[in-house]
Design a protein around this ligand. Structure first.
Ligand SMILES: NC(=O)c1ccc[n+]([C@@H]2O[C@H](COP(=O)([O-])OP(=O)(O)OC[C@H]3O[C@@H](n4cnc5c(N)ncnc54)[C@H](OP(=O)(O)O)[C@@H]3O)[C@@H](O)[C@H]2O)c1
Length: 316
């Protein structure tokens, strides 16, 4: 008989969910088993998770029936949406609805919902400091997630609301790494003035989620914010200089300049950084690295993450 508690993990082949899958598999005596959700169990990433010992099941977070099957018999569920695949807060809301209803129907005892703030509590739509996007959002990839929180609450799903932070992995995968300026010097570009940005290794998000499942019912109904470290643009540039052994400077730009960069999502991210800059204390306060470290003693700081990942950062 398998007495281990099953955690069903959305996004299991991705960054956040993958970190959780590995955290569970790396702790075989921890009392938990993992069920990895994927749209395609035959993919290389899904087969790798199966090889490592995960139960792999087919599910699409937009398909409620598939979620009901995937959540059946599970003790816990990790729920996350994938904004950058489609750029639609409405779709995130619909998917959060499907996941919460499926968790309720399956009688899941503990959901961890990977969320972010609805920034409109700080910057109402009428506030002209930043443009309103898509008709009713200030930071679409935050606002939809924050708005979805109430769906879990209203359905009475036993949920911990996990407030995540900027992935340092964006310096590898999201085009945010150091780039050469006109004079040939490397620079990181952020519209954060001298304010500090809470950041985290994406892998640590899943490890913290595992800590939440282990802690159990005491965190149900609570919002838990996590980060690895809070650093200013200059402090991150100094760490890059140290790790790469060449000068990297912090190129501070105004949010409106960042919004005008023209890549998909530039306006959304420009508004996001402006919120993080202008509401810095309120944004940082719930993301205490000490909270994350208590959940995940292996939590990395920026220097440690950079040392391990510097060779993966594309430099022009
Ligand atoms: N980048 C940041 O700094 C940052 C910070 C905080 C929060 N976030 C948020 O993190 C979220 C993304 O999480 P992530 O980075 O872990 O994602 P990710 O690494 O892009 O992983 C996505 C995985 O989810 C699966 N997936 C995609 N669409 C799916 C669907 N419809 N149904 C089921 N599975 C699906 C895919 O797996 P299969 O192909 O195997 O199905 C994929 O491997 C975004 O909403 C973003 O706003 C990002």
């Amino acid at each position: 008989m398998n007495a281990r508690k099953i955690i069903a993990v959305a996004g299991a082949t991705g960054a956040q969910g993958g970190g959780l899958v590995r955290a569970i598999l790396n702790d075989p005596q921890g009392g938990f088993a993992v069920r990895a959700l994927t749209r395609d169990p035959s993919s290389a990433k899904a087969r790798e998770l199966a090889r490592l010992g995960a139960e792999v099941v087919q599910a699409d977070i937009g398909n409620e029936a598939s979620l009901e099957r995937a959540f059946a018999g599970a003790h816990g569920a990790f729920c996350v949406t994938f904004f950058w695949d489609h750029f639609s807060p409405e779709r995130e809301l619909a998917e959060a609805g499907a996941m919460s209803r499926a968790a309720k129907k399956a009688g899941v005892k503990h959901v961890v919902w990977s969320t972010l703030e609805d920034t409109r509590k700080w910057v109402p739509l009428a506030d002209e400091r930043m443009p309103t996007l898509m008709g009713k959002y200030k930071v679409p990839h935050f606002d939809g997630k924050g708005e979805a929180d109430r769906i879990f609450t209203e359905l009475g799903v036993p949920t911990t609301f996990l407030l995540t932070s900027f992935y340092w992995d964006n310096f590898i995968f999201f085009g945010m790494g150091p780039k050469k300026d006109a004079s040939g010097q490397l620079a990181i570009t952020l519209p954060m003035a001298d304010r500090k940005l809470p950041g985290i290794a994406a892998e640590d998000i899943g490890r913290c989620a595992y800590g939440i499942f282990r802690q159990g019912s005491s965190l149900i109904g609570k919002t838990v914010g996590i980060s690895g470290e809070h650093l200013s643009g200059s402090e991150m540039a100094d760490e890059f200089s140290r790790a790469l052994q060449q000068k990297v400077r912090y190129n501070e730009v105004a949010p409106e300049v960042f919004r005008g960069f023209g890549f998909p999502g530039a306006e959304d991210l420009g508004n996001m950084f402006q919120v993080k800059r202008d509401f810095n204390d309120a944004f940082r306060a719930p993301r205490d690295p000490a909270t994350a470290r208590a959940l995940n003693p292996a939590l990395q700081g920026f220097r440690q993450w950079l040392e391990a990942n510097k060779s993966r950062i594309p430099l022009e």
